[in-house]
Design a protein around this ligand. Structure first.
Ligand SMILES: Cc1cc2nc3c(=O)[nH]c(=O)nc-3n(C[C@H](O)[C@H](O)[C@H](O)COP(=O)(O)OP(=O)(O)OC[C@H]3O[C@@H](n4cnc5c(N)ncnc54)[C@H](O)[C@@H]3O)c2cc1C
Length: 464
């Protein structure tokens, strides 16, 4: 049985509809299609049984300083040709860089992320030690990427996946160049009708297998017996007896608020010292006209990365010159907006732990709208039918997000694998954790993998 506090499945990948517009509320980038396929294959099904995937080409558009833009092509060789114009030798370097990234992806995603990371000994064998060197585990992303490239535009393109995953390139292990392989070779895909089709597919599969979902059931406590077994889960309206409890809600919230102190795995101080991935200011907008000069995914990287990154991680404050993301999925999928109209989704990463008020929310929307108007010629504010903001305060209220995090823990070396909050409770024998705050980490594909890893651990621990 699944107990969910909100009124639909999907969590951060929820959907909402307004006046004929359909908005995916969280994830919009469909990367690592192999992970989704593997998930459905395990039940004798395929992604194509549930939704139609299309590959986006260009994968996305980047706006640089002054509004000049560049489209990242689906074919990485074409990208190499464009790089070569900016920096001599960079086409060949891209090939080498991506070859290494592929090795990391194959070892990292094909093998290491499926480890429960309960002990360092899972990683201690010759194959993984050898792979460890190939995976560049001790180097950081920034040093790795600057070994190959120096042109600022190339660096922005290659650093974007890690920056949006929640840490600066200097603090992210070089291992995460596997994300460049995911980005530039495996590609950016889109499930027609929207990302929520993934959730619909999983929900349909789960219910067909007998899983019962109860919505509007906020868990308020997990009762543990003296012998260390979770016996009962209490919600806002009911109590449920339990054999095994798997927590997918934000780890910190459950550990600190739903368990008695003696059954908590970690201290408050532990959670306060975690480096969280950013929160976000989001705006879901209905526009009364079609847009031009934009693609499905648009990254506004016209300002300095490091200033915004410092305002997220080092000296938390509202960003002075934010980088931001704008999605216009109705350009690919006209069904997401009424005819002749456009569905827009804006996202600014913000420092975890900061809560916005209406004034902050409006100020940043005005800033984004003005910039999009200036760079693309689309009049946003004049044609706005509505805008629905969703910010840090909503992450806390809707998901009990620790420090309003949007994507869990930052991907730093000291928060990787065995250093992540454990997927098995340290005190309660039949209590497990899954999702973006435990192994392997944030993002939809890792969260799916996390579910598989915890399921296998439970089978190992309890199958007789
Ligand atoms: C704005 C945004 C954009 C993103 N973009 C991308 C992207 O493009 N691509 C990508 O791969 N990933 C993206 N991500 C990350 C991805 O969405 C998450 O990593 C993933 O969905 C997390 O899944 P989860 O199951 O761990 O947590 P969640 O989806 O948050 O699920 C946890 C669930 O627990 C429920 N809950 C909390 N407390 C309680 C309680 N007390 N009782 C009952 N239920 C409770 C919550 O309501 C929620 O439904 C994005 C995330 C956000 C927020």
């Amino acid at each position: 049985m699944v107990l969910e506090k909100n009124d639909q499945p999907g969590g951060r990948a929820r959907v909402f509809e307004k006046d004929g517009f359909t908005f995916d509320m969280g994830p919009s980038w469909y990367w690592m299609p192999d992970v989704f396929e593997r998930f459905f294959n395990q039940f004798g099904q395929s992604v194509s049984d549930h939704y139609q995937l299309v590959r986006l080409d260009p994968s996305y558009r980047i706006f640089f300083e002054g509004g000049e833009h560049f489209d990242v092509p689906a074919d990485w060789r074409q990208l190499g040709e464009a790089f070569e114009k900016w920096e001599k030798g960079s086409a060949a370097n891209l090939e080498k860089f991506l070859l290494e990234a592929e090795i990391k992806y194959r070892e990292g995603v094909g093998n290491m992320v499926f480890k429960p990371s309960r002990s360092i000994f899972e990683f201690v064998n010759w194959k993984t030690i050898k792979a460890g060197f190939q995976l560049d585990l001790l180097s950081d992303f920034k040093s790795h990427v600057t070994k190959y490239f120096s042109h600022p535009k190339i660096l922005k393109i290659l650093e974007f996946p890690v920056l949006f995953l929640g840490a600066t390139p200097e603090k992210t292990p070089a291992l995460y160049s596997l994300m460049n392989y995911a980005d530039l070779q495996l590609g950016t895909w889109y499930p027609m009708k929207g990302m929520y089709e993934i959730v619909r597919g999983m929900y349909k599969l789960a219910t067909s297998l007998g899983v019962e979902f109860k919505f509007n059931q906020e868990v308020i406590s997990i009762k543990v017996s003296a012998d260390g077994l979770a016996k009962e889960v209490e919600t806002n309206s009911q109590s449920y007896e339990t054999d095994i409890v798997v927590v997918n809600a934000d780890y910190a919230h459950v550990d600190q608020n739903l368990l008695e102190p003696r059954w908590r795995s970690y201290s408050n101080q532990y959670w306060e010292s975690r480096v969280m991935a950013p929160s976000s200011l989001l705006y879901y907008c209905g526009l009364d006209k079609k847009v031009t000069n934009l693609k499905h995914h648009n990254l506004f990287f016209d300002e300095d990365f490091s200033t915004h990154a410092k305002e997220i991680y080092e000296n938390p404050k509202w960003p002075s010159k934010p980088l931001f993301y704008l999605s216009a999925p109705s350009l690919t999928d006209s069904g997401l907006a009424p005819e002749g109209k456009e569905n827009l989704f804006f996202l600014i990463p913000t420092a975890p732990g900061m809560i916005e008020d209406d004034a902050v929310s409006s100020k940043y929307f005005d800033l984004l709208a003005e910039k999009v108007e200036r760079y693309t010629g689309n009049e946003i504010k004049k044609n706005l039918l509505f805008k629905v903001p969703f910010g840090p305060r909503n992450f806390v209220a809707d998901y009990h997000a620790h420090k309003a995090n949007a994507y869990g823990l930052a991907n730093t070396l000291l928060q990787t694998a065995i250093f992540k909050p454990s997927l098995r409770s340290k005190k309660v024998k039949n209590l497990y954790f899954t999702g973006q705050l435990t192994v392997p980490g944030p993002g939809v594909p890792p969260s799916i993998i996390s579910g598989e890893v915890v399921a296998k651990e439970i089978i190992k621990d309890f199958a007789r």
